[in-house]
Design a protein around this ligand. Structure first.
Ligand code: XIL
Length: 369
Protein backbone atom coordinates (compact mmCIF):
# COMPACT_ATOMS: atom_id res chain seq x y z
CA UNK A 1 0.00 0.00 0.00
CA UNK A 2 2.77 2.33 1.04
CA UNK A 3 4.59 1.47 -2.19
CA UNK A 4 1.48 2.25 -4.30
CA UNK A 5 1.05 5.60 -2.57
CA UNK A 6 4.66 6.50 -3.23
CA UNK A 7 4.28 5.39 -6.83
CA UNK A 8 1.17 7.56 -7.28
CA UNK A 9 2.97 10.50 -5.73
CA UNK A 10 5.87 10.06 -8.15
CA UNK A 11 3.56 9.82 -11.16
CA UNK A 12 1.56 12.90 -10.21
CA UNK A 13 4.76 14.85 -9.56
CA UNK A 14 6.09 13.93 -13.01
CA UNK A 15 2.77 14.85 -14.61
CA UNK A 16 2.65 18.13 -12.71
CA UNK A 17 6.20 19.06 -13.61
CA UNK A 18 5.57 18.20 -17.26
CA UNK A 19 2.34 20.19 -17.46
CA UNK A 20 3.80 23.21 -15.74
CA UNK A 21 6.97 23.11 -17.84
CA UNK A 22 4.78 23.24 -20.92
CA UNK A 23 3.30 26.53 -19.65
CA UNK A 24 6.68 27.79 -18.45
CA UNK A 25 8.13 29.30 -21.58
CA UNK A 26 11.02 31.24 -20.15
CA UNK A 27 13.38 32.32 -22.89
CA UNK A 28 13.07 33.51 -26.45
CA UNK A 29 15.06 30.66 -27.97
CA UNK A 30 13.09 28.01 -26.07
CA UNK A 31 9.76 29.56 -26.83
CA UNK A 32 10.46 29.66 -30.57
CA UNK A 33 12.60 26.53 -30.85
CA UNK A 34 10.17 24.73 -33.14
CA UNK A 35 9.58 27.79 -35.30
CA UNK A 36 12.80 29.53 -36.28
CA UNK A 37 16.17 30.51 -34.82
CA UNK A 38 16.20 33.53 -32.54
CA UNK A 39 19.45 35.32 -33.17
CA UNK A 40 21.41 38.31 -32.00
CA UNK A 41 24.29 40.42 -33.30
CA UNK A 42 27.45 40.35 -31.20
CA UNK A 43 29.85 43.25 -30.69
CA UNK A 44 33.59 42.61 -30.41
CA UNK A 45 33.37 42.82 -26.58
CA UNK A 46 30.56 40.29 -26.51
CA UNK A 47 32.53 37.90 -28.69
CA UNK A 48 35.36 38.23 -26.19
CA UNK A 49 32.96 37.55 -23.30
CA UNK A 50 34.04 40.71 -21.51
CA UNK A 51 30.87 41.09 -19.44
CA UNK A 52 29.60 37.99 -17.63
CA UNK A 53 26.04 39.29 -17.24
CA UNK A 54 25.71 40.11 -20.93
CA UNK A 55 27.23 36.79 -21.82
CA UNK A 56 24.82 34.78 -19.72
CA UNK A 57 21.88 36.65 -21.25
CA UNK A 58 23.17 35.84 -24.75
CA UNK A 59 23.48 32.15 -23.91
CA UNK A 60 20.11 32.01 -22.24
CA UNK A 61 18.02 33.79 -24.86
CA UNK A 62 19.57 33.24 -28.29
CA UNK A 63 20.47 30.26 -30.46
CA UNK A 64 21.92 32.06 -33.50
CA UNK A 65 24.65 34.68 -33.81
CA UNK A 66 25.85 37.22 -36.34
CA UNK A 67 28.94 39.41 -35.88
CA UNK A 68 27.74 43.02 -35.77
CA UNK A 69 30.96 44.37 -37.31
CA UNK A 70 34.05 42.23 -37.08
CA UNK A 71 33.45 40.13 -40.20
CA UNK A 72 33.07 43.10 -42.49
CA UNK A 73 35.82 43.46 -45.09
CA UNK A 74 37.58 46.43 -43.45
CA UNK A 75 38.27 44.20 -40.45
CA UNK A 76 38.84 40.77 -42.00
CA UNK A 77 40.79 41.92 -45.05
CA UNK A 78 42.41 45.27 -44.18
CA UNK A 79 45.13 45.04 -46.82
CA UNK A 80 45.38 43.28 -50.12
CA UNK A 81 47.70 40.58 -48.82
CA UNK A 82 46.60 40.59 -45.22
CA UNK A 83 43.65 38.91 -43.58
CA UNK A 84 42.87 39.25 -39.90
CA UNK A 85 40.84 36.40 -38.47
CA UNK A 86 41.66 36.86 -34.78
CA UNK A 87 38.16 37.98 -33.80
CA UNK A 88 36.23 35.97 -36.36
CA UNK A 89 37.94 32.81 -35.06
CA UNK A 90 36.73 33.72 -31.58
CA UNK A 91 33.24 34.44 -32.91
CA UNK A 92 32.98 31.02 -34.55
CA UNK A 93 34.44 29.26 -31.51
CA UNK A 94 31.92 31.07 -29.30
CA UNK A 95 29.01 29.87 -31.43
CA UNK A 96 30.28 26.31 -31.46
CA UNK A 97 30.90 26.25 -27.73
CA UNK A 98 27.32 27.37 -27.14
CA UNK A 99 25.79 25.22 -29.91
CA UNK A 100 24.51 28.22 -31.80
CA UNK A 101 23.69 28.64 -35.48
CA UNK A 102 26.49 30.78 -36.91
CA UNK A 103 25.76 33.29 -39.65
CA UNK A 104 28.43 35.13 -41.66
CA UNK A 105 27.97 38.86 -42.28
CA UNK A 106 29.10 39.84 -44.89
CA UNK A 107 31.19 39.09 -47.98
CA UNK A 108 30.45 41.69 -50.63
CA UNK A 109 29.27 45.09 -49.35
CA UNK A 110 30.12 48.63 -50.44
CA UNK A 111 30.12 49.96 -46.84
CA UNK A 112 32.71 49.28 -44.15
CA UNK A 113 34.92 48.30 -47.03
CA UNK A 114 38.69 48.33 -46.60
CA UNK A 115 40.07 51.55 -48.20
CA UNK A 116 42.29 49.62 -50.60
CA UNK A 117 39.22 47.85 -52.04
CA UNK A 118 37.47 51.13 -52.77
CA UNK A 119 40.37 52.10 -55.00
CA UNK A 120 40.10 49.09 -57.30
CA UNK A 121 39.22 50.52 -60.68
CA UNK A 122 39.98 47.71 -63.02
CA UNK A 123 37.79 44.70 -63.80
CA UNK A 124 40.61 42.14 -63.79
CA UNK A 125 41.77 43.33 -60.42
CA UNK A 126 38.24 43.35 -59.00
CA UNK A 127 37.59 39.82 -60.29
CA UNK A 128 40.80 38.62 -58.65
CA UNK A 129 39.86 40.40 -55.41
CA UNK A 130 36.39 38.81 -55.30
CA UNK A 131 37.77 35.36 -55.95
CA UNK A 132 40.45 35.64 -53.30
CA UNK A 133 38.22 37.34 -50.70
CA UNK A 134 35.22 35.02 -50.95
CA UNK A 135 37.21 31.81 -51.40
CA UNK A 136 39.59 32.51 -48.54
CA UNK A 137 36.92 33.47 -46.01
CA UNK A 138 34.23 30.94 -46.88
CA UNK A 139 36.70 28.03 -47.15
CA UNK A 140 38.28 28.95 -43.84
CA UNK A 141 34.98 28.47 -42.04
CA UNK A 142 33.63 25.70 -44.27
CA UNK A 143 31.06 23.57 -42.43
CA UNK A 144 31.20 25.89 -39.41
CA UNK A 145 29.60 29.10 -40.62
CA UNK A 146 26.26 27.71 -41.73
CA UNK A 147 24.94 30.63 -43.74
CA UNK A 148 26.35 33.73 -45.41
CA UNK A 149 25.19 37.17 -46.47
CA UNK A 150 27.01 36.80 -49.77
CA UNK A 151 25.97 40.22 -51.05
CA UNK A 152 24.67 43.01 -48.84
CA UNK A 153 22.71 46.05 -50.05
CA UNK A 154 23.21 45.91 -53.81
CA UNK A 155 19.99 47.82 -54.53
CA UNK A 156 18.78 51.41 -54.64
CA UNK A 157 15.38 52.34 -53.23
CA UNK A 158 13.74 52.20 -56.66
CA UNK A 159 14.95 48.65 -57.21
CA UNK A 160 17.75 49.49 -59.62
CA UNK A 161 21.28 48.33 -58.93
CA UNK A 162 23.39 50.51 -56.65
CA UNK A 163 26.40 52.05 -58.36
CA UNK A 164 28.92 50.45 -56.07
CA UNK A 165 32.58 49.84 -56.78
CA UNK A 166 31.58 46.27 -57.67
CA UNK A 167 28.94 47.28 -60.22
CA UNK A 168 31.18 49.98 -61.66
CA UNK A 169 34.05 47.62 -62.33
CA UNK A 170 32.29 44.35 -63.18
CA UNK A 171 28.73 45.17 -64.20
CA UNK A 172 25.88 43.06 -62.81
CA UNK A 173 27.79 39.84 -63.42
CA UNK A 174 29.48 40.46 -60.05
CA UNK A 175 26.31 39.26 -58.31
CA UNK A 176 26.30 35.90 -60.07
CA UNK A 177 30.05 35.52 -59.59
CA UNK A 178 29.81 36.20 -55.85
CA UNK A 179 27.21 33.48 -55.32
CA UNK A 180 29.08 31.00 -57.51
CA UNK A 181 32.36 31.60 -55.66
CA UNK A 182 30.68 31.17 -52.29
CA UNK A 183 29.00 27.93 -53.35
CA UNK A 184 32.27 26.57 -54.66
CA UNK A 185 34.05 27.34 -51.40
CA UNK A 186 31.38 25.68 -49.23
CA UNK A 187 28.68 23.85 -51.22
CA UNK A 188 26.63 23.19 -48.10
CA UNK A 189 26.55 26.73 -46.72
CA UNK A 190 23.24 28.55 -47.15
CA UNK A 191 23.66 31.62 -49.28
CA UNK A 192 21.61 34.78 -48.74
CA UNK A 193 21.03 38.10 -50.43
CA UNK A 194 20.62 40.66 -47.61
CA UNK A 195 19.25 44.22 -47.75
CA UNK A 196 17.15 46.85 -45.98
CA UNK A 197 13.74 48.14 -47.14
CA UNK A 198 13.27 45.15 -49.43
CA UNK A 199 9.81 44.74 -47.98
CA UNK A 200 8.89 48.01 -49.75
CA UNK A 201 7.22 47.36 -53.14
CA UNK A 202 9.71 48.93 -55.58
CA UNK A 203 12.85 47.68 -53.86
CA UNK A 204 11.21 44.29 -53.31
CA UNK A 205 10.54 43.98 -57.04
CA UNK A 206 14.22 44.80 -57.60
CA UNK A 207 15.32 42.14 -55.11
CA UNK A 208 13.07 39.53 -56.68
CA UNK A 209 14.43 40.34 -60.15
CA UNK A 210 18.00 40.20 -58.81
CA UNK A 211 17.54 36.84 -57.10
CA UNK A 212 15.85 35.38 -60.19
CA UNK A 213 18.71 36.58 -62.39
CA UNK A 214 21.35 35.03 -60.15
CA UNK A 215 19.47 31.74 -60.07
CA UNK A 216 18.87 31.71 -63.82
CA UNK A 217 22.59 32.26 -64.38
CA UNK A 218 23.36 29.19 -62.29
CA UNK A 219 24.06 30.81 -58.91
CA UNK A 220 22.73 29.16 -55.76
CA UNK A 221 20.57 31.48 -53.65
CA UNK A 222 19.05 29.79 -50.60
CA UNK A 223 17.48 32.74 -48.93
CA UNK A 224 16.75 36.41 -48.64
CA UNK A 225 17.66 38.44 -45.59
CA UNK A 226 15.23 41.25 -44.85
CA UNK A 227 17.21 43.43 -42.45
CA UNK A 228 14.18 44.77 -40.58
CA UNK A 229 15.44 48.14 -39.31
CA UNK A 230 11.87 49.26 -38.75
CA UNK A 231 9.73 51.93 -37.15
CA UNK A 232 6.69 51.87 -34.85
CA UNK A 233 4.27 52.69 -37.67
CA UNK A 234 5.99 51.31 -40.72
CA UNK A 235 6.43 49.17 -42.71
CA UNK A 236 2.88 47.86 -42.62
CA UNK A 237 2.20 44.26 -41.71
CA UNK A 238 0.59 43.88 -45.14
CA UNK A 239 3.83 44.76 -46.94
CA UNK A 240 5.85 42.49 -44.64
CA UNK A 241 3.43 39.62 -45.28
CA UNK A 242 3.43 40.18 -49.05
CA UNK A 243 7.22 40.10 -48.93
CA UNK A 244 7.33 36.80 -47.05
CA UNK A 245 4.95 35.28 -49.58
CA UNK A 246 6.61 36.68 -52.69
CA UNK A 247 10.14 35.78 -51.66
CA UNK A 248 9.21 32.32 -50.55
CA UNK A 249 7.42 31.78 -53.87
CA UNK A 250 10.91 31.94 -55.41
CA UNK A 251 11.68 28.74 -53.53
CA UNK A 252 13.98 30.43 -51.01
CA UNK A 253 13.96 30.90 -47.24
CA UNK A 254 13.14 34.21 -45.63
CA UNK A 255 15.20 35.48 -42.69
CA UNK A 256 14.77 38.68 -40.70
CA UNK A 257 18.40 39.42 -40.13
CA UNK A 258 18.82 42.74 -38.31
CA UNK A 259 15.57 43.41 -36.52
CA UNK A 260 15.18 46.53 -34.38
CA UNK A 261 12.45 49.15 -34.03
CA UNK A 262 13.34 52.80 -33.56
CA UNK A 263 11.11 54.87 -31.29
CA UNK A 264 12.84 58.19 -32.03
CA UNK A 265 11.94 60.97 -34.45
CA UNK A 266 13.19 60.42 -37.91
CA UNK A 267 15.11 63.17 -39.73
CA UNK A 268 13.61 63.78 -43.15
CA UNK A 269 11.38 60.74 -42.74
CA UNK A 270 14.37 58.58 -43.37
CA UNK A 271 13.62 54.91 -43.96
CA UNK A 272 16.06 52.08 -44.07
CA UNK A 273 19.61 51.69 -42.87
CA UNK A 274 22.11 53.43 -45.12
CA UNK A 275 25.07 53.55 -42.71
CA UNK A 276 26.52 56.50 -44.62
CA UNK A 277 23.60 58.84 -43.87
CA UNK A 278 24.18 61.03 -40.80
CA UNK A 279 22.40 64.08 -39.41
CA UNK A 280 22.98 66.79 -36.80
CA UNK A 281 21.42 66.12 -33.39
CA UNK A 282 19.14 68.39 -31.32
CA UNK A 283 17.05 68.06 -28.13
CA UNK A 284 13.94 67.67 -30.28
CA UNK A 285 15.52 64.70 -32.00
CA UNK A 286 16.38 63.03 -28.66
CA UNK A 287 13.13 63.21 -26.68
CA UNK A 288 13.72 60.39 -24.16
CA UNK A 289 17.30 60.79 -22.91
CA UNK A 290 16.56 59.17 -19.51
CA UNK A 291 13.60 56.79 -19.77
CA UNK A 292 11.06 55.67 -22.30
CA UNK A 293 7.53 56.88 -21.45
CA UNK A 294 5.07 54.06 -20.70
CA UNK A 295 2.88 55.04 -23.63
CA UNK A 296 5.74 54.48 -26.09
CA UNK A 297 6.90 51.35 -24.27
CA UNK A 298 3.41 49.94 -24.78
CA UNK A 299 3.42 50.85 -28.46
CA UNK A 300 6.77 49.13 -28.90
CA UNK A 301 5.49 45.98 -27.18
CA UNK A 302 2.37 45.95 -29.36
CA UNK A 303 4.45 46.45 -32.52
CA UNK A 304 6.76 43.57 -31.63
CA UNK A 305 3.76 41.37 -30.80
CA UNK A 306 2.08 42.01 -34.14
CA UNK A 307 5.31 41.41 -36.04
CA UNK A 308 6.04 38.14 -34.26
CA UNK A 309 2.43 37.03 -34.68
CA UNK A 310 2.91 37.45 -38.41
CA UNK A 311 6.25 35.61 -38.28
CA UNK A 312 4.54 32.71 -36.50
CA UNK A 313 1.81 32.60 -39.10
CA UNK A 314 4.53 32.05 -41.71
CA UNK A 315 7.00 30.09 -39.62
CA UNK A 316 7.26 27.42 -42.33
CA UNK A 317 8.86 30.03 -44.61
CA UNK A 318 11.08 31.74 -42.03
CA UNK A 319 14.49 30.37 -41.08
CA UNK A 320 15.75 32.91 -38.56
CA UNK A 321 14.84 36.12 -36.79
CA UNK A 322 17.90 37.99 -35.54
CA UNK A 323 17.82 41.13 -33.40
CA UNK A 324 20.47 43.71 -34.26
CA UNK A 325 22.13 43.72 -30.87
CA UNK A 326 21.61 42.09 -27.49
CA UNK A 327 20.23 45.07 -25.55
CA UNK A 328 19.42 48.74 -25.90
CA UNK A 329 22.76 49.96 -24.59
CA UNK A 330 24.59 48.37 -27.50
CA UNK A 331 22.22 49.39 -30.28
CA UNK A 332 23.70 51.16 -33.28
CA UNK A 333 20.48 53.24 -33.29
CA UNK A 334 21.90 55.28 -30.39
CA UNK A 335 24.34 56.71 -32.93
CA UNK A 336 22.61 56.37 -36.28
CA UNK A 337 21.45 58.36 -38.15
CA UNK A 338 22.17 60.95 -35.43
CA UNK A 339 25.03 60.52 -32.97
CA UNK A 340 24.55 60.39 -29.21
CA UNK A 341 20.81 59.77 -28.86
CA UNK A 342 19.09 57.33 -26.50
CA UNK A 343 17.03 54.81 -28.41
CA UNK A 344 15.04 51.81 -27.14
CA UNK A 345 14.77 49.42 -30.09
CA UNK A 346 15.36 45.96 -28.60
CA UNK A 347 13.53 43.60 -26.17
CA UNK A 348 16.16 44.10 -23.41
CA UNK A 349 16.82 47.49 -21.78
CA UNK A 350 20.14 49.14 -20.84
CA UNK A 351 20.24 47.11 -17.62
CA UNK A 352 19.61 43.84 -19.46
CA UNK A 353 16.08 43.66 -18.00
CA UNK A 354 13.15 42.32 -20.02
CA UNK A 355 11.04 45.08 -21.51
CA UNK A 356 7.30 44.78 -22.13
CA UNK A 357 8.32 44.07 -25.73
CA UNK A 358 10.08 40.92 -24.55
CA UNK A 359 7.04 39.77 -22.59
CA UNK A 360 4.76 40.42 -25.54
CA UNK A 361 6.93 38.25 -27.81
CA UNK A 362 7.00 35.42 -25.26
CA UNK A 363 3.31 35.69 -24.45
CA UNK A 364 2.42 34.86 -28.04
CA UNK A 365 3.90 31.42 -27.56
CA UNK A 366 2.21 30.87 -24.20
CA UNK A 367 -1.15 31.46 -25.80
CA UNK A 368 -0.32 29.52 -28.95
CA UNK A 369 0.85 26.27 -27.23
C1 XIL B 1 26.00 48.65 -38.43
C2 XIL B 1 26.59 48.36 -37.05
O1 XIL B 1 25.55 47.98 -36.18
C3 XIL B 1 27.30 49.58 -36.52
O2 XIL B 1 27.98 49.28 -35.31
C4 XIL B 1 28.30 50.11 -37.56
O3 XIL B 1 28.86 51.31 -37.11
C5 XIL B 1 27.63 50.33 -38.90
O4 XIL B 1 26.99 49.14 -39.31
N1 XIL B 1 23.01 47.19 -42.30
C6 XIL B 1 23.94 46.21 -42.10
C7 XIL B 1 24.72 46.19 -40.84
O5 XIL B 1 24.04 45.27 -42.91
O6 XIL B 1 26.01 45.65 -41.01
C8 XIL B 1 24.83 47.58 -40.23
O7 XIL B 1 25.47 47.45 -38.96
C9 XIL B 1 23.45 48.20 -40.11
C10 XIL B 1 22.79 48.32 -41.45
Amino acid sequence: MKFINLYLLAVTTILFVNCSSKQEVTTLKDAYKNDFYIGTALSADQIEEKNIKVDSLIQKEFNAITAENIMKSMFTHPQKDKYDFALSDKFVAYGEKNKMFIHGHTLIWHSQLAPWMEKIADSTEMKAFMKDHITTIVSKYKGRIKSWDVVNEALNEDGTLRKSVFLNTLGEQYLVDAFKLAEKADPKAELYYNDYNIEEPAKRAGAIALIKKIKEAGGKVDGVGIQGHWRLQSPSLEEIEKSILEYSALGIKVAFTELDITVLPNPWDLKGADVNQNFEGSAKMNPYPKTLPDSVQTQLAARYASIFKLFLKHKDKISRVTFWGVYDKQSWLNDWPIKGRTNYPLPFDVNLEHKPAYDSILKLKKTVE
